[in-house]
Design a binder for this molecule. Structure first.
Ligand code: C2O
Length: 342
């Protein structure tokens, strides 16, 4: 076999779930461009991502998002385009290089973590560029610690560009997130339960030792998406990734939009904050001495993005294993769940 690669030139209309308003998801002006291989830029100081409930850079973030939202829809850095990247990569917009008609799908397999790392990487760099700050760093929603278990307040202020109306209105602060959410709450009074959440973190992250169980099943060139009954998702993608998505989305919408559906999730600014913690959990898991996957079909899987300098670039998994190489890191925090062996 071979590694999956994105055929950007084969981009077409997405196939959306019933009830979704039709949208286009392909990037602007890619037709006559050939993506170039990405060279990771050098940096002088590391970007340090910090928890959303204790985020010192809110003014910068708000300013950057305001600028992003003011760009015309067809600008690669616009808010609309950034959210459509997610739609394009998970609703049958892209096909795979060398496999006409076979969808490029970034969920349900071992490419889930590296794809989303690259996605956030460019999102962060673009925001930094828009405010001329090469050290700008994203916040993460640290739902894995008691102090981070509410929906972060920076996203619930109605006057903020980080606000989004399409969320579950019963889950606003001070309701606690339920990391095991399956449509109804397991805790008392519709709230999540701190101890149950911590035990979930232990089970889904610490206790999962084999790389394929954590990352997900192999997905190689020519493979159809591993969704449905043959779901190839790793432990972290299923829980808490999927559960926090559907816990956040608005249950009264046809597909739990925005956060509860793949095509619409990245329209909610909280998406990137949730994913920053998923990405952090990957770093945390590695800090336990766990291994990367060495299979070349994993190492060489690649995606296409617009970078902060408007170059259309190709990036691959093996360049994403070390966040410091990518110029960012996470603030070190206690991991209370390590003491929650069931
Ligand atoms: Cu691409 Cu949280 O999903």
């Amino acid at each position: 076999a071979d590694a999956v690669a994105t055929d950007v030139h084969a981009c077409h209309k997405p196939s959306l779930p019933p009830g979704a308003k039709p949208i286009a998801c392909c990037p602007p002006n890619y037709e006559d461009k050939e993506p170039i291989e990405y060279v990771i830029p050098k940096y002088t100081s590391l970007r340090i991502r910090t928890p959303a409930h204790d985020y010192a850079d809110l003014d910068k973030y708000t300013k950057a998002i305001t600028i992003m939202k003011s760009l015309p829809d067809d600008h690669p850095h616009s808010w609309t385009q950034q959210s459509r990247i997610h739609c394009a990569y998970c609703h049958n917009s892209y096909t795979q290089v060398g496999h006409k008609g076979v969808e490029m799908q970034v969920h349900f397999s071992w490419i889930f973590l590296p794809f989303h790392r690259w996605y956030l990487y460019f999102y962060e760099r673009i925001l930094g560029k828009l405010i001329n700050d090469p050290t700008f760093a994203l916040p993460f929603w640290n739902w894995d610690a008691p102090e981070g278990m509410e929906m972060p307040a920076i996203f619930t202020d109605r006057r903020s560009p980080l606000y989004n109306a399409l969320r579950n209105q019963n889950h606003l602060p001070p309701t606690l997130v339920d990391l095991n959410w399956n449509g109804r709450s397991t805790g008392v009074d519709g709230s999540g339960d701190v101890e149950a959440n911590l035990a979930t973190m232990y089970r889904q992250v610490y206790e999962v030792k084999r790389p394929l169980c954590f990352y997900g099943k192999p997905y190689r060139a020519g493979d159809k998406p591993l969704s449905g009954s043959g779901n190839g998702s790793g432990s972290i993608e299923l829980v808490p990734h999927n559960t926090v998505h559907s816990w956040t989305g608005d249950k009264t919408q046809p597909n739990i939009e925005d956060m509860g559906a793949l095509y619409s999730a990245a329209r909610d600014p909280i998406f990137y904050c949730h994913h920053a913690n998923i990405d952090r959990m990957w770093s945390v898991w590695k800090s336990f001495g766990r291994e990367d996957i060495t299979d070349p079909d994993y190492q060489n899987a690649s995606y296409v993005f617009y970078d902060e300098n408007l170059n259309l670039v190709t990036v691959k998994n093996s360049d994403a294993f070390d966040t410091k190489k990518l110029g960012y890191d996470y603030k070190q925090l206690d991991l209370p769940w390590l003491k929650y062996k069931p």
